[in-house]
Design a protein around this ligand. Sequence first.
Ligand code: NZQ
Ligand code: ZN
Length: 389
Amino acid sequence: MLGNFTYCNPTKLYFGKDALQNLPAELAKYGKKVVLVYGSGSIKKNGIYDAVTKILAEAGKDVAEIAGVMSNPTIHKLREGIAIARKHGADFILAVGGGSVIDYSKALSVSVNCDEDPWEKYFVRFEEPTCETIPVGTVLTMVGTGSEMNAGAVITYPEKKLKMGKVFADEKIMPRFSILNPVYTMTLPKYQMVAGIYDIFNHICEQYFSGTDDNTSDYLAEGLMRNVVEASRTAVKNPQDYEARSNLMWDATWALNTLIAKGKSTDWMVHMLGQAAGGVTNATHGMTLAAVSLPYYRFILKDGLPKFVRFAKVVWDVRPEGKTDEEIAKEGLEKMEDWMQQLGLVLHLKDLGATEDMLDDLVNGTLILTGGYRVLTKEEIREIFRRAM
Ligand code: NZQ
Ligand code: ZN
């Protein structure tokens, strides 16, 4: 039975090759002082920076820049940005980049007018903002996180070896608009493209692998998963295939814009394990998920057996004749592993720089959640990390 829920997603999306044409009208809704946030320079190489700054200039905006937002953005970079945005008197934040730049911009939005330390307030105590927030808009350049249409932000504290996520309750923190042009994603290196593809797939799994009821969200999830697999196979062969890249972009947005979580308890343990690995190694988000997923799913397979059987049949077309449920479920995960290998995903934490002597930090950096098929103990988490090595 569907649980009770409220659904509200106010992010306005502009999708397609001409989507940037809508930026002037959106900018006109906000004040003159704009903070432009971007990453380590890809937008300067592929022309997106020039296109966006031209529009900002034509709109008469007074722009301050926060450049160099790194993958897995740090609390130190956030503090630096808070000072820039305060000095500028920011009315609006325009994020141009992937999940890191967009997450960072949301964290900035809730911190500029706030006296408290953002790490402690949002990423340790997981509180909501108590100050006025600054509206954020985005131009997306990397597909995977869904940050373009959700209220999540993930920040890393390198010295503490912690990477923590906060999903804000107030939909005001979601981007006011997001510009999604699939062509922008075509300059992504293959490593980032496939990491993003696995991020999409795992977001769907995290919501799907919970509950035992008949639930609309699961059918939506299965459709999305089938398309991610199909489109990814095309995109890996031909990264310039617009149909595949646009489908992946749209899949990513729907995978984590809260829709398919409705009526579900949701699991999210792969992300907790992956984030702990990211905190220790600073590896690419999607690759950390790829490395811990199969060990985790194989570990909980018996606890969620009916759903793993359904996953095998519906998503991976496993034929059930003459097989036990456990055999069907295992075959589904084998097919998933084959697909992950074909994409070129990293399947072992040691290939991301993790070593056995990091096990304590990995275990201590993992938040234990309770929405999935099994609530893990610390010892079980250690065992899963060992198997993921
Ligand atoms: O720094 P730049 O120059 O932008 O280069 C980036 C970066 O090196 C590059 N890139 C992005 N667009 C490009 C491009 N290179 C060439 N052409 C383009 N068009 O790709 C690299 C990765 O970018 P990044 O933004 O770090 O990747 P992603 O979108 O995967 O974001 C990862 C962050 O998002 C968090 C992750 O934990 C991680 O910190 N997540 C956020 C979520 C959310 N808000 O809901 C959920 C996710 O599960 C995830 O945790
Ligand atoms: Zn993710």
